[in-house]
Structure formats: C-alpha cells, structure tokens
Design a protein around this ligand. Structure first.
Ligand SMILES: [Zn+2]
Length: 285
C-alpha cells in the first residue's frame, strides 16, 4: 500500500463507501425481484408446465437506474450518492415523485461504516475483507427489512469467505472458524425448533441460521453469544421504539436479520474492546 496519512485513507474509504452504497441500493431493490422470478421459473419447470411470458425483472448491473415512478432515466448528477438526493430535496427531477429515504440512508450508512472499518484496521487486507463484510451485511439488512428474506446468494458467499480467510488466518484460525459456523447455525436452528414446537409459530427464518453461521466463520465461537445478546438488545430497543411510536404492529413479525447483522458488525469492529471493558467492569482478569 502507498504511504498516505491514515486520515486520507479513512476519507477515501468514506467516498468509496458512498459509491458502493448506491450500488447496494440497486442490489436491495432488484435482487429479491430476480429471486422471485427464478423461483416462479423453477415452479413452472417442476410442474412441467409452459413458463409464463412475464419478462425478467431488470438485471442488477446492466440496466441503468431510472425513477421508479415515471421511469425517466437518471442523469449522472442525480446519481451522485447522497448529494444527488439532497440537491433534489428527495423528489424526482422529472415527475416530482418522492424518492425513498432508503437511498440516501443506505449510502450514508455505507460511507460511514466503510470509514470506520479503515479507521479501525488501517490500510490493510483486513480492512478490505472488513469492507466486503460490511457491504454484504448492509445489503442483507436492507433486503430483510423490505422482504423478510436473507438471500442465499449473499449469506452463503459470506460464509465461504469467512471460512477461506481463516486459512490465512486473517481474523480467527480455521478450527475456530469452522466450529463457530457449525455452532452458529445449530444454535439458532435449535431455538427455531424449540419455539415452533412450543408455540406452533415460526420465530425466524433459515436465512438467520446461515447469517449467524457466516458471522461465526468470520469471528469465531467466542463471538456467538455476544452477537445473539447484542442483536436481541438492539431488536428489543428498535422494536419497542417502533411499537411505542405506533409505527409497527405487535403481531407483524420483525425481521431478525438486520439486528443480527448490526450486532455482528459491532462485534467485528469493537468486540475485543467491549469484552475488555466488560471484564474490567466486573473485576474479572
Ligand atoms: Zn420520476
């Protein structure tokens, strides 16, 4: 890596994060539609019926972005992350339809979290891996919020990458990574079945098991319990606030994925510090 001051690397990571954030917006919107189309196609094939003539939804990379309301293609200026939305004051330049706050939020989140990763790890391969983890977790959270799905197309590559990095090893050793992936999957799988047998309801989806397995592969077995505890805490805070503000019905299931992802990211960046603080607080050495 060339010799640049850390502050410059952090700023570069922030800008890169903003740019990747606008790509993540596209992934969050288009990947579930692509998945649904593929499932419909498979269902037709299984039933040995003629496929319906519904055109495929837009590709993730190829099609240029356009206003979802009036379909007018966006100019390069409108596409500038964060700034484009701010300059347009959240409305389409052509039809004045409101542009979802999701766009600038995801871009801002991606920019800030990317900067934090480089601040934490410095300009290094670990930071590069951390950025891949961060961006995948943002895409997963956005998709889970919108559709209550955690696509295998994202959770499984994240799991594989975590396992492969442990061969170096980068963050944890290979035995720790493999063990944590298995324990992570099985722990939520057991909770799922216990909950289902006791209440007859499904408390979470299989995507949640795979996401915790992936986080385990990146961070090892020690991280699993804190991640579960942190995610429940974040979930209770966010859920409680939403119910108090009457923005969310108690009966509608809350996606668990975004809270798992948030807890996993916090532990990835600050786990060692949190653990040390906890031990000092409780007097354990
Ligand atoms: Zn428009």
């Amino acid at each position: 890596m060339p010799e640049l001051p850390l502050a410059l690397w952090i700023a570069l990571a922030g800008v890169l994060g903003l740019l990747v954030g606008s790509f993540l917006n596209v992934v969050i919107l288009r990947l579930p539609a692509r998945m649904a189309a593929a499932w419909r196609q498979e269902a037709w094939d299984v039933l040995e019926l003629q496929a319906d003539a519904v055109p495929l939804p837009p590709g993730i990379v190829r099609e240029p972005s356009h206003c979802p309301h009036c379909k007018h293609p966006l100019s390069a200026l409108d596409n500038i992350p964060l700034l484009g939305w701010l300059l347009l004051r959240g409305r389409c330049r052509y039809c004045r339809a409101e542009i979802s706050i999701q766009y600038p939020l995801v871009e801002l989140l991606s920019g800030v979290l990317s900067a934090v990763i480089v601040w934490k790890f410095g300009p290094s391969w670990a930071a590069l891996a951390g950025l891949a983890l961060t961006w995948t977790l943002i895409a997963l959270s956005g998709i889970d919020f919108r559709t209550q799905l955690l696509p295998d197309q994202l959770t499984l590559p994240l799991l594989w990458l975590g396992l492969l990095l442990s061969l170096l090893p980068m963050f944890v050793t290979a035995p720790a990574s493999i063990l944590a992936a298995a324990i992570g999957y099985l722990s939520l799988w057991s909770v799922y079945w216990a909950f289902k047998l006791l209440t007859g309801k499904e408390g979470m989806g299989h995507g949640d098991f795979k996401l915790l397995a992936a986080l385990g592969a990146w961070m090892g077995p020690v991280s699993l319990l804190p991640i579960i505890l942190l995610s429940s805490l974040i979930g209770a805070l966010v859920g409680g606030t939403l119910i108090a503000l009457r923005r969310h019905e108690r009966a509608i299931p809350m996606p668990f994925g975004p809270f798992l992802a948030a807890a996993g990211w916090v532990w990835f960046v600050a786990g060692a510090d949190l653990l040390q603080g906890y031990m000092q607080l409780t007097g354990v050495r």
